[in-house]
Design a protein around this ligand. Structure first.
Ligand SMILES: Cc1cc2nc3c(=O)[nH]c(=O)nc-3n(C[C@H](O)[C@H](O)[C@H](O)COP(=O)(O)OP(=O)(O)OC[C@H]3O[C@@H](n4cnc5c(N)ncnc54)[C@H](O)[C@@H]3O)c2cc1C
Length: 456
């Protein structure tokens, strides 16, 4: 049995906080090596946009699959933050669908478009109800139960290595600690948790995009200049020292005629550090309530309004990215560089949120909008770890490129591609790094997914 590293145990016990280390807990953990184990072909860590697509795709391709998600539902940003946008699905120029597969399936099964839609009315469609999305995701996962086991309320918290191979992923939940021994692991945690713990090289910008808590306010009356008045009220709240930072605000009657959905909280921080993440969550909550109070006090239409809900999690845009076999760069995106091993198409603009107040919009620089571009398979393949793929916002890119590939539907496309690769690796008894990305692409094409130029 490979011995877990001390670092692993500290992470397992949630005891790495900034630089603080508590050796006593490591010793306690070492005294309990007989945790239960589960064997599987493919383990998907994190059930967000990338992970949900990955789990469905791996199971549908015949692999014994396990999905582990820390929340009590899957969907990631869509359900954990409450965000209804399916950005990345279509070209801004003409609404042409550039992602099929699970991404289009989830949008169509949410009632937004036809299953075989080739064009959409808008390049950034929204689903009508993020709670209904939880149920849809559950149903699709349960439909694969012959091959797929799902563990919600379970956090991936460490790895045991056997040289360059992940021998087991450690999971913490109400059963205590469990080892999951998978032939292939897909890291869809958004933060490259598994990759970092396994020793794959990762990168993290000197500056990270800020975090945002989304929230909803009910019983708001539509009134002239509502958005403008909300913005002015926030400027005043900031001047009074009640609101340190914000953006926009985006104040949208998204889900009902008397309810607004707000993008506006802006909290700097590094969400891969649990202490920082806790601080950001508290700050985000405080700021959301400061906005609500400012609007209720000063903005016509908010007189009888009430705070419905926030989160449940603050949203994280950026932490670690793997430094993989290929680092997709913004100049490749803007030049629409073609890759033989393209496994997905991205199409979102370079969307960086700065760590300062921006009023009206979210960005501080003019929009750089690429044409639909190739994302290579090698950006999912880490270095130095044999049985691991990484999908979602932490795949291998530069910081600026990630600001485009991070959006929801692109993440789903990456998850689906990673799953196809994991299954091919299991079937061929090989590693993701040894697979030819062109074969992954071919397999995706057979299931009506992959890059847009392969659509028939
Ligand atoms: C505030 C905000 C607004 C955004 N706005 C938009 C928008 O309007 N349109 C758009 O398309 N995109 C938007 N994005 C970007 C996009 O939503 C995300 O980048 C996208 O969700 C990335 O998908 P992912 O699967 O990598 O991560 P996520 O969807 O975040 O999924 C990661 C999943 O892993 C789970 N997880 C994490 N760590 C562990 C662990 N250790 N163990 C078990 N589970 C774990 C999480 O609970 C989560 O379910 C926004 C992002 C944020 C934060």
């Amino acid at each position: 049995m490979p011995t877990p590293s001390r670092r692993t145990f500290l992470q397992t016990a949630g005891l790495v906080a900034g630089a603080a280390v508590i050796p006593r807990q490591a010793a306690a953990a070492e005294a309990r090596p007989d945790w239960p184990s589960i064997d599987t072909d493919v383990l998907v860590c994190g059930g967000g946009c990338a992970g949900l697509a990955a789990a469905l795709s791996a199971a549908r391709n015949g692999a014994r699959t396990m999905l582990v998600e820390r929340a009590g539902f899957s969907g990631g940003i869509i359900t954990a933050v409450g965000l209804p946008y399916f950005d990345g699905i279509a070209d801004i120029k003409d609404g042409r669908v550039v992602v099929r597969g699970v991404g289009l399936e989830l949008l169509s099964k949410s009632g937004v478009c036809e299953a075989n839609a080739t064009h959409l009315k808008t390049h950034n469609p929204t689903i009508r109800n993020v709670e209904a999305f939880k149920v849809l995701a559950d149903k699709l996962l349960i439909a694969e139960k012959e091959k797929l086991r799902v563990l919600y309320h379970s956090s991936v918290c460490g790895v045991e290595m056997d040289a360059q191979r992940i021998a087991a992923v450690l999971v913490a939940n109400k059963a205590g600690l469990t080892r999951i021994r998978a032939r292939q692991v897909i890291d869809c945690t958004g933060d490259a948790d598994v990759a970092a713990w396994a020793g794959a090289p990762t990168d993290k910008g000197a500056e990270l995009q800020p975090l945002t808590l989304h929230f909803r306010i009910g019983n708001v009356k539509k009134a002239p200049d509502l958005s403008k008045n909300c913005r002015i009220a926030l400027e005043k709240a900031h001047e009074r020292g009640e609101l340190p930072m914000y953006y926009g605000p985006g104040v949208m009657f998204m889900f009902a005629d008397d309810e607004i959905y707000v993008h506006g909280v802006r909290v700097p921080g590094d969400a891969s550090d649990p202490v920082e993440l806790t601080r950001a969550e508290m700050q985000g909550r405080s700021d959301a309530w400061a906005m609500f109070a400012a609007w209720k006090k000063d903005v016509p239409g908010f007189e009888d309004s009430y705070f419905i809900t926030s989160g449940p999690f603050i949203g994280v845009r950026e932490t670690r990215r793997i430094v993989g076999q290929h680092i997709l760069a913004e100049d490749e995106i803007m030049a629409t560089k073609s890759f033989d091993d393209a496994i997905a198409t991205g199409c979102w603009y370079l969307d960086v949120h700065p760590n300062k107040i921006t009023t009206g919009g979210a960005n501080a620089v003019p929009k750089q909008q690429p044409a639909p571009y190739d994302i290579p398979y090698r950006s999912l393949v880490p270095k130095n770890v044999d049985n691991l793929l990484v999908a979602g916002r932490c795949h291998s890119t530069t910081r600026l490129a990630q600001s485009s590939t991070r959006v929801t539907v692109t993440a789903m496309a990456l998850g689906e591609a990673a799953a196809v690769a994991a299954v091919l690796a299991v079937q061929g008894g090989t590693s993701p790094a040894k697979l030819d990305g062109a074969d992954v692409r071919k397999k995706l094409r057979q299931q009506n997914a992959g890059p847009v130029q392969d659509f028939v």
